[in-house]
Design a protein around this ligand. Structure first.
Ligand code: DON
Length: 564
């Protein structure tokens, strides 16, 4: 095993050369010579690093981290949900894997509306109808099968051990489990492992025997261990008990799909991101294209001018998202046009530094040729320089809170990501139309934005975030923090964030995102501002010119970078 040489370096020569307007001290995250794993939980990051040290590549480590997160970060890590994986191999070859959940075959457009056509509150979030057909197991196994060097047994066993022997919960986790106790009890007819008589405290051990057994079935039978046999039966019994519509046929026909990654050039960088059914890649590239002509670096980090141009782009991009984006297997999406630089520049026509255009006066564009809290992201780079960006989700925290009896895993409530009715906002306030209407076996539109950046043909950054609709803007800002504001990876992740999504016409911001002068100026210009708790949780890796990798773990959570 190679010598572990992880250094937390607070001041490196190259860092001094960089200027950061955001933080007082010039601080980097974890610096490693070889592999780095940054994820939402210290146990998952530890397992990912262990797999790299045992000779696994970035895909092996990503799959191991994914299964580990299903155990130690049940808020969002999952086997009952779905996700997206973007890969860039050392020599430049790329891949994108879609293992997003699907609507059941019985689903139909108005399924969340009452007879009068009103959306029934909560039905797409808190019932068994909220559950999309899970994709995570199909996806992780497909990635491992194609690109992994290690066996399924090797990459899943650490997660099984973690579930069987238990792990110490963090302080934040203990608080969240206590906060959700009533919700777990309401959602389940038995007492799941997440509920204790006395409140959880930091360091208490969380053991998940049923989940360990489900993971063993996957270890021993691969895909069939989840989509058939006792785990599938436990899942379907659960669904049937609460009148959900998923059947064995839905599980049988579920497939993860390799898709062409989206590619674009932003200044000296090549952006590699997730195509639909995520809106993330399209939206991120549109945002970068729209702000590219403006001197954001010169204006400075989160100055009134920078925020104004970024928000103007965000309004236009989220308007396009609502109109055009959905599952590409069902709707015709003009992706090439939407991310075209000329189209994006044209969308910004009318933008003025002096004037705010209200969202109501902004609609979607007309691309020529067109007819008609809780997700989690992790970033992995291995010693060879292969990189994997994964964002995965149950949708809201702990999904719909239902734990499958005897199989120990949580059900997603991803159906809420569909547009239940045109113009009616979902739980993230996002509106959509026909492109994202519910149809049998269709994938619901996502905002997840696992992304990789290249510079001069070399790996430069691996990045992504949870945060529902704020995922896209969190990734956008992190990219600009590094490329325009010359921050280290850690500084870029730490820096305060803001968000605008067209509707509502409001800039949401973290306290540390905007100083008083900027806020005053934006208000004078006519913007409505609203303070929010944390926005996004970015876990990212940056490769420095000397080849060292810097992990940036988001301090907003228990996120941890490991490496060697
Ligand atoms: O796919 C999506 O866009 C959402 N289901 C993501 C949910 C999410 O990020 C929740 N995190 N806080």
């Amino acid at each position: 095993m190679r010598k572990v040489s992880v250094l937390v370096i607070f001041s490196l020569g190259f860092v001094f050369a960089c200027q950061s307007p955001a933080t007082k001290n010039h601080r980097t995250g974890l610096i490693a010579d070889h592999g780095v794993v940054v994820s939402a939980h210290p146990e998952a990051s530890r397992i990912g690093k262990m797999i790299l040290e045992e000779g696994g590549n970035a895909v092996d480590a990503a799959v191991a981290t994914g299964f580990a997160l299903a155990v130690c970060y049940p808020d969002a890590g999952n086997i009952g949900g779905g996700g997206f994986m973007v890969i860039r191999f050392r020599e430049g070859h790329t891949a994108a894997l879609d293992y997003r959940e699907k609507a059941p075959l019985r689903a139909y457009e108005e399924m969340f509306q009452d007879a009068a056509g009103h959306v029934i509150p909560g039905l797409s979030l808190d019932s068994d109808l909220a559950v999309g057909v899970p994709g995570s197991v199909a996806g992780l196994l497909k990635a491992l099968d194609k690109y992994g060097l290690l066996s399924l047994q090797q990459v899943i066993q650490p997660a099984i051990d973690l579930a069987e022997k238990g792990f110490p919960v963090t302080l934040k986790q203990a608080k969240r489990l206590n906060q959700y106790k009533e919700a777990f009890l309401r959602a389940n007819r038995f007492v799941p492992a997440f509920v204790k008589d006395v409140p959880w405290k930091e360091g208490d051990t969380l053991v998940q025997t049923d989940l360990a057994n489900a993971l063993k079935m996957i270890r021993d039978h691969g895909r069939d261990g989840f989509y058939k046999g006792p785990v599938a039966k436990a899942f379907l019994d659960q669904i049937k008990q609460d009148n959900g519509w998923i059947t064995q046929q839905d599980l049988d026909v579920y497939r993860a799909i390799w898709r062409e990654p989206l590619m674009a050039v932003y200044k000296n960088y090549k952006v590699i991101s997730m195509p639909p059914p995520s809106s993330g890649g399209v939206a991120l590239i549109q945002l970068l294209n729209m702000v590219e002509p403006w001197p954001i670096g010169k204006w400075g980090w989160n100055t009134p001018e920078s925020v104004h141009v970024m928000v103007a782009a965000e309004k236009r991009v989220y308007a396009d998202r609502a109109r055009f984006l959905g599952d590409p297997d069902f709707v015709d999406i003009p992706v090439t046009k939407l991310i075209d630089k000329d189209y994006c520049r044209e969308r910004m026509r009318g933008f003025s530094l002096k004037r705010v255009i209200p969202s109501d006066s902004i609609s979607h564009g007309k691309p020529i040729g067109y007819e008609s809290r809780e997700t989690t992201h992790y970033s992995v780079v291995d010693g060879e320089g292969n990189a994997v960006a994964v964002t995965t989700t149950l949708n809201r925290s702990y999904g719909n809170k239902v734990v499958v009896k005897d199989a120990g895993f949580l059900l997603n409530n991803e159906m809420d990501d569909f547009s239940a009715k045109p113009g009616t906002p979902n739980s993230y306030g996002l509106i959509g139309g026909r492109a994202n209407a519910i149809e049998p076996a269709k994938r619901m539109l996502s905002s997840m934005t696992p992304t990789i950046l290249e510079k001069d043909g070399q790996l430069f950054m691996v990045v992504g975030s949870p945060g529902g609709s704020t995922i896209i803007t969190s990734v956008f800002q992190t990219v600009l923090n590094v490329t325009e504001h010359h921050m280290t990876m850690q500084e870029a992740v730490n820096a305060g964030r803001f968000h605008h999504q067209w509707k509502p016409d409001m800039i949401f911001y973290e306290k540390s995102a905007l100083d008083r002068l900027t806020k005053d100026r934006l208000k004078q210009m006519g913007y409505a501002l609203k303070l929010r708790s944390s926005i996004g949780r970015v876990d990212a890796v940056r490769v420095w010119p000397d080849g060292k990798r810097e992990g940036g773990a988001d301090p907003r959570g228990d996120d941890t970078a490991t490496g060697f």
